[in-house]
Ligand binder design. Structure first.
Ligand SMILES: Nc1ncnc2c1ncn2[C@@H]1O[C@H](COP(=O)(O)OP(=O)(O)OP(=O)(O)O)[C@@H](O)[C@H]1O
Ligand SMILES: [Mg+2]
Length: 322
């Protein structure tokens, strides 16, 4: 019996990325202020944070493109700064604001990367994977923003990488094109690769990432699976109806819990599932008009906005002279 073993890339290590006490100073500015995280091989890790938080700085340190000030960093067991040449053969990168030679076609761009990395990847197959096959002979300067991003993703895959670093790969893409990139990211994970993804689209992180870290002013303020972060920082699930403010007053008097009114909607926190009937019974018993019932729970975006807002409010209070 012949046993066929097919490996698309060399065997995985348990942690693809390990970061301990990472610091990056630009002069007096502490862009990354001592962060720790690790990314298991074969998972999607999403690095989130507002503009200027330190995402690209961290990403480029991991890629061996920027030198860290201090801390320990291992990517595929290598030090990205001192072992950059070895690392670059094993990772794929889409930089933020990906640019390329203006007059080169998509096919030529892949052939160029193929020669750099000594691989035999088929440009047509790779472009089909990112849904850009129809532009195989189009020049870079004639591609739309989204098509350029897709070509960037194809180039990042030319060397069959173990880790793909994608810095805002879907920024500016239309909803259909974003979904096409999501499908590629899912297939990369399905092939056992590790994906390090930065994005400002929180629902994208919630959908794709096994684990996320939220960085703010160079510090990690939350980390875990999206569900863990929502559970730890989100508000409880709520029942919401459209109704007058008097409904909120009535419910507060008849139910022993906080009731909120926002944008003409009255919302009551759910203690548990069986609670829903009790709350709806009270709403109906009020005799007041109500409509458009729904339950709502916090998304990663709700939690992100609240956490970052709390940190900014705290910083403002500290700066305000008494
Ligand atoms: N080469 C540099 N020299 C000096 N300061 C820099 C340099 N690169 C980045 N910074 C600063 O470091 C901080 C972090 O920048 P970084 O690009 O890592 O943020 P980011 O989280 O990627 O933001 P964005 O979401 O806008 O891409 C910012 O305050 C930025 O101005
Ligand atoms: Mg950035």
């Amino acid at each position: 019996m012949r046993l066929h073993i097919f490996l698309s890339y060399p065997g995985p290590v348990s942690a693809a990325i390990e970061v301990h006490g990472l610091v990056k100073q630009y002069g007096n500015l502490s862009a990354v202020g001592g962060i720790d995280f690790s990314v298991p091989a074969g998972t999607v890790f999403s690095f989130l944070g507002p503009n200027g938080a330190g995402k690209t700085t961290t990403t480029e340190i991991l890629e061996g493109l920027r030198r860290r000030t201090s801390g320990d960093v291992e990517v595929l067991g290598l030090d990205p700064w001192t072992d950059g040449a070895a690392l670059h053969r094993r990772i794929g990168v889409i930089p933020q604001d990906f640019r390329f030679f203006e007059k080169i076609t998509a096919r030529e761009a892949i052939e160029y990367y193929r020669a750099l990395f000594h691989t035999d990847v088929d440009p047509a197959r790779l472009l089909a994977q990112v849904e850009l096959l129809d532009k195989i002979d189009a020049r870079f300067d004639t591609l739309s923003g989204g098509q350029k991003q897709k070509l960037g993703l194809a180039l990042a895959l030319t060397n069959n990488p173990e880790i793909c670093f994608l810095d805002e790969p879907t920024t500016g893409l239309d909803p259909h094109a974003r979904r096409a990139i999501w499908a590629v990211i899912r297939s990369l994970k399905g092939e056992g690769r590790t994906v390090f993804l930065t994005t400002h689209y929180l629902e994208e992180a919630e959908l794709l990432a096994d684990r996320v870290a939220i960085i703010h002013h160079g510090k990690i303020i939350a980390a875990g699976t999206p569900a863990e972060i929502i559970r730890a920082n989100g508000r409880p699930e709520r029942i919401e109806v459209a109704g007058p403010p008097e409904l909120a007053t009535y419910l507060e008097q008849h139910l022993d819990r906080p009731v909120a009114v926002e944008n003409g909607r009255v919302s009551v926190e759910l203690a548990d599932k069986s609670d829903a009937l009790k709350i709806l019974g009270a709403i109906e018993a009020s005799g007041l008009p109500w409509d458009s019932f729904q339950t709502s729970r916090d998304t990663l975006e709700d939690v992100f906005v609240r956490l970052v807002g709390q940190m900014d409010d705290g910083a403002l209070k500290q700066e305000t002279p008494r």
